[in-house]
Write a protein that binds this ligand. Structure first.
Ligand code: FES
Length: 117
């Protein structure tokens, strides 16, 4: 019998532990921290570290338009694509696939990719 273990899928939390408009940080082993967002009952995940400095976006604010604001200098990103939207942020974030299964939230921590140009 073959046994396949998916080592890239990281458990985040129960869905009901992440309220709408909230951000939670996960710290997968040997990987950079990832911010997981719930906005308008959709789930998204991006790099947690701002591309302008070392601020954590999970300590910032996300709005109903899927925009997270960095807590240090106010740069913004679209959490759906990772696109940098406003100065001083110009480089995009990686975004990660998020899965919801049996009320549990998971992130594929090895599948992060830059989607925005
Ligand atoms: S560290 Fe995020 S905008 Fe400067």
């Amino acid at each position: 019998m073959n046994c396949v273990i998916n080592l890239s899928r990281f458990y985040v939390c129960e869905l009901d532990q992440l309220g709408d408009g909230e951000i939670v940080q996960i710290t997968p082993p040997a990987r950079p921290p990832i911010a997981v967002f719930r906005v308008d009952d959709q789930l998204y995940a991006t790099d947690d570290t701002c591309t302008h400095g070392q601020a954590l976006l999970s300590e910032g604010d996300v709005d109903d338009d899927f925009v997270v604001e960095c807590p240090w200098h106010g740069g913004t990103f679209d959490i759906r694509t990772g696109e940098a939207l406003s100065f001083p942020c110009v480089l995009p974030l990686k975004v990660y696939p998020v899965q919801l299964e049996d009320g549990k939230v998971y992130v594929d921590v090895l599948a992060g990719a830059v989607k925005a140009g």
